[in-house]
Ligand binder design. Structure first.
Ligand code: 13P
Ligand code: SF4
Length: 312
């Protein structure tokens, strides 16, 4: 069956096929918080990058269907080389991860030879392999603080998360790589101001990939799981969420009683949205697309990822 044959099937039939195939394959479905809501609803586990990386270590199943973007599926594969990791669309990359190459990092390391390289998980496996440690949006401060205060740090590839870590740790010996996420970097101070006018009294929560002025104007800055936890613990309180729209959809789905407003309805990661029920059904029935990381790269990247998991 070709993709268009799956796409012609109704939702019920796709769900039935997914249910049969996941049992037959003994597969586990992991989904990031930005996935389409119908994908989140079929997931065994949902979460942010850190939670999904941790989950990938715990999984006791031979097949992982990763509903997210490529760097996340690569992390699952690096941590589970003996398992089959499938991503339902091979094109689901993260443009932020493409902002720095391994050659870029090696050149910087030559210039700043005594600096440690802290790399955001939104990066290629090759970049991870030349890094000292990985971080996510949930643990960047802890990871930076795992180095002595006087150790210089090269932080790559997201400049806004780097700014966040710099401010929170009070360190100025951090060099930020000049990369950004096209979804989060487009949030503006005007968006924050407009949200405050429209929803007075609501708590404004933004992702640390948003620009510095947006971070400064917000009430709270959290990873996507941090946002989820906050709403879970403040069920009746209104919140404005400044991140990709899939997070807002998850909150509406799971906490229908809580007033959750998106800061920007058009904050859409088109890469995350490439994953559809039709493609998940095809992935399960036809083992598409298998994620592989060259062994020499995977072994080095694994050291940097495991250092992160030991810290957080
Ligand atoms: P989280 O780890 O906070 O879910 O962020 C991942 C991401 O890609 C943000 O754009
Ligand atoms: Fe990458 Fe931005 Fe999409 Fe997150 S939202 S996966 S950083 S492009």
């Amino acid at each position: 069956m070709e993709l268009w044959d799956y796409a012609k099937l109704g939702e019920n039939e796709l769900l039935e096929r997914i249910s049969v195939a996941r049992k037959r394959q003994n597969a586990v479905i992991l989904a990031h918080n930005y996935q389409r809501i119908e994908i989140q609803r079929i997931a065994d586990f949902k979460g942010d990058s850190l939670a999904l990386a941790k989950q990938a270590v715990e999984i006791d199943a031979p097949v992982i269907i990763f509903c997210g973007v490529m760097f996340m599926a690569e992390v699952a594969k690096i941590l589970n080389p003996q398992k089959t990791v499938l991503i339902p669309d091979i094109q689901a990359g993260c443009p932020l991860a493409a902002c720095a190459t391994a050659e870029d990092i090696i050149a910087l390391k030559q210039k700043y030879s005594d600096y440690a390289v802290v790399t955001y998980v939104n990066s290629s496996a090759e970049v991870k392999a030349v890094s000292d440690i990985i971080c996510t949006s949930a643990n960047s401060v802890d990871i930076v603080e795992s180095f002595p205060q006087d150790r210089g740090i090269i932080f790559t590839p997201d400049k806004n998360l780097c700014h966040y870590a710099k401010v929170r740790t009070g360190r100025d010996n951090i060099i930020c790589w000049d990369g950004e996420c096209y979804v989060h970097d487009r949030f503006t101070l005007d968006d924050v101001r407009a949200s405050k006018m429209k929803h007075p009294g609501a708590t404004i929560i933004v992702h640390p990939e948003c620009p510095p002025d947006v971070q400064d104007a917000a009430d709270l800055i959290f990873s996507t799981n941090g946002m989820f936890r906050y709403v879970e613990e403040h069920l009746s309180e209104p919140v404005v969420i400044g991140t990709e729209i899939g997070m807002v959809e998850r909150l509406h789905d799971e906490f229908p009683q809580t007033p959750v407003y998106p800061m920007k309805v058009r904050a859409i990661c088109s890469n995350m949205k490439l994953i559809t029920l039709a493609k998940v059904a095809r992935a399960l029935e036809q083992n598409m697309y298998e994620v592989n990381v060259p062994e020499n790269v995977a072994n080095k990247a694994k050291v940097a990822i495991e250092r992160m998991l030991a810290v957080s």
